[in-house]
Design a protein around this ligand. Structure first.
Ligand SMILES: [Fe+2]
Length: 382
């Protein structure tokens, strides 16, 4: 079986790497950036700081702070209008998954025309997007380096998955110094999102030896560092290890894709506007319990990477050890116990399940499922 490996051409990482990244941006020869960010980072002055650093490189910019959590079609369209009015020749996304995804939608439509919904699915665009530099400030989604773009269609209350090689950023920047300000809850949720990426990629039907290596190293780093990063946000070593971990998990799922955790979590996010990482964290042990009958050995590897003692135990026992370790980590970083706590409603389960079955992320889940089985997993997670 052949496989293709996608990753941005250049990826700059490590504490205080932002200045090195600015030199790299200057060397591309761009004139004017649309900086896509969220209100929080704009108010905190981080977007202004980036604009200033670009100006030092003789690059003009305009800030668009309209990327909401779970960015919408409208967020993309407003940003695209500003980009066109301002004659920007490249896009800088600043933040976590939401600004990156919103920026991808803007950059893709800027060159391909049409509306972002036209590109729902896999590789539906025909042209490269406007060049995108993605500066990351969280450690979770890995959207700064993936070909995944998730945009909420508010009219249908669904999250559209745009999986397109053309939304891959040109340059990704992961400076953990920009991550120390993340609050505890966001650190926990984004870290559990990264763990979900690694585990879903490792048990995916499209896994390869390359994605396996990335996924296992990511799980080990998350197991050793997420609790520390949540407990003390200023722990730079833990922040840096989480930056590497989420990037490795991104390398894994960008190429092996995901599974039912994401396919189901997208529906919760789309219907109730809930944080992506928290939805994943709640669903992760339940989906892996469902998967265990077909990928117990793989889950035993996950258990070992999470620090479980798997010596001399069967694959089935190993899978259970992995699921227990996931639950422990989730509890330690104070993820809510179930979907009820998040405000989900039992009567919405049939709709959530039927939409989850249409989500492209579920295609590589190791075990097939029908409507009734997906409903059952949702119910078990309540
Ligand atoms: Fe995710």
């Amino acid at each position: 079986m052949s496989s293709t490996f996608f990753i941005p051409a250049v990826n700059i990482m490590g504490i205080d790497c932002l200045d090195e990244a600015m030199t790299a941006i200057r060397n591309y020869g761009f004139d004017k950036a649309l900086i896509v960010t969220d209100v929080g980072l704009a108010k905190a002055g981080v977007a202004g700081m980036i604009a200033e650093k670009l100006a030092m490189q003789d690059i003009d910019s305009v800030i668009y702070d309209g990327a909401k959590p779970n960015p919408s079609v409208e967020n993309v369209e407003k940003g695209l209008a500003l980009l066109q009015q301002s004659a920007c020749d490249f896009v800088v996304s600043l933040g976590g998954g939401s600004p990156h995804d919103c920026a991808k939608g803007i950059a893709l439509c800027a060159t391909n025309g049409g509306r972002i919904g036209d590109y729902e699915g896999v590789d539906r665009s025909s042209k490269p997007q406007l060049p995108l530099v993605a500066i990351n400030t969280t450690a979770g989604t890995a959207s700064e380096m993936t070909r995944f773009c998730i945009i909420t269609d508010e009219s249908r209350h669904v999250k559209m998955a745009i999986v397109d090689r053309n939304v891959t950023p040109l340059l990704s920047v992961n400076d953990p110094a920009l991550m120390v300000g993340m609050p505890q809850g966001l650190t926990a949720a984004t870290g559990m999102d990264a763990l979900t990426h690694a585990i879903e990629a490792y048990v995916s039907t499209a896994a390869t030896p390359i994605t396996d290596a990335c996924a296992i190293k990511a799980i080990e780093l998350i197991s050793a560092n997420l609790r520390l990063a949540v407990r003390d946000g200023t722990d730079k070593a833990a922040r840096e290890n989480m930056a590497y971990a989420q990037f490795l998990a991104g390398m894994a799922f960008n190429n092996a894709s995901l599974g039912f955790v994401h396919a189901m979590a997208h529906q919760l996010g789309g219907l109730y506007d809930l944080p992506h990482g928290v939805c994943n964290a709640v669903l992760l042990p339940h989906v892996q319990s469902f998967n265990a009958s077909v990928c117990a050995k793989r889950l035993r590897d996950v258990g070992r990477a999470l620090g479980a003692d798997i010596k001399g135990i069967t694959a089935e026992e190993g899978a259970q050890a992995a699921i227990a370790a996931i639950r422990r980590l989730s509890q330690d970083v104070e993820i809510p116990a179930g979907l009820r706590e998040l405000g989900a409603k039992l009567q919405d389960i049939p709709l959530l399940a039927s939409n989850a079955l249409k989500d492209a992320c579920g295609l590589t889940n190791p075990r097939r499922a029908d409507q009734r089985q997906i409903e059952e997993i949702f119910r078990s997670a309540f």
